[in-house]
Design a protein. Structure first.
Length: 220
């Protein structure tokens, strides 16, 4: 079995990067430097014409999009429990993952890359603070999800094993600090990220490989 992951440091590709590291399987991590436009190169677009990360290439077949890659890796490594096996728990986990991917993630994109949504400078300027407020609220909702899981005695957001929900939570927390949302505004989420997710050995290896700083807030 051949596995290759195209990722960009700090991007949503962190999620499958963590899953692959957790799996213990051999895979080839291939960094795509978005700031240098490598995602738009002919070579990369021959793999993913949309010019996005992540891309998982399994035995020569590319798979794009977080949801598809997560489901594929969950089926490839069922023993890892990246998603719950019990039908209702699985549906609930997929519901949260879909919300993360199709609502929380695009909201941050409106903050970080407003030029994708308007070519008018005044509109771009308005998009940032408005969506920062929305993203702050979503981090609050994510914190409530973490708190509920802890109250239920769950070790991780998806149950007994770390998975995609946990990796995405770390990504969103980090992105929040990029948007100027203080790490201490959501203390339950902060502690979960710092003291649970980030210290998991496989996650720590990915953080080191991507050279990530969890709190990206500018020094006071």
């Amino acid at each position: 079995m051949s596995l290759k992951l195209y990722f960009a440091p700090g991007a949503c590709s962190f999620v499958p990067h963590v899953l692959l590291e957790l799996s213990g399987a051999e895979f080839e991590p291939c960094m795509v430097k978005l700031h240098k436009g490598e995602q738009n190169s002919p070579d990369y677009k021959s793999i993913n014409p949309r010019g996005q990360v992540p891309v998982l290439v399994h035995d020569g077949q590319p798979i794009t999009q977080i949801l598809a890659i997560t489901l594929h890796l969950d089926q490839l490594f069922p023993q890892m429990g990246f998603l719950p096996a019990e039908p209702m728990a699985r549906a609930q986990a997929l519901s949260t993952l879909a919300w993360m991917n199709n609502t929380v993630h695009p909201t941050f994109t409106h903050i970080f890359m407003p030029q994708k949504f308007s070519d008018l400078p005044e509109v771009q300027a308005a998009l940032k603070p408005y969506n920062t407020g929305l993203f702050r609220g979503m981090l609050g909702e994510l914190q409530a999800i973490v708190a509920h899981a802890q109250q239920q005695g769950q070790a991780w957001l998806g149950g007994e094993r770390p998975g995609a929900l946990d990796a995405y939570s770390l990504t969103f927390f980090r992105w929040g600090t990029i948007a100027g949302i203080g790490a201490d505004e959501h203390p339950v989420l902060r502690d979960f990220v710092y003291h649970k997710v980030a210290v998991e050995p496989a996650v720590a290896r990915v953080i080191a490989r991507e050279r990530l700083q969890l709190n990206m807030a500018a020094p006071a």
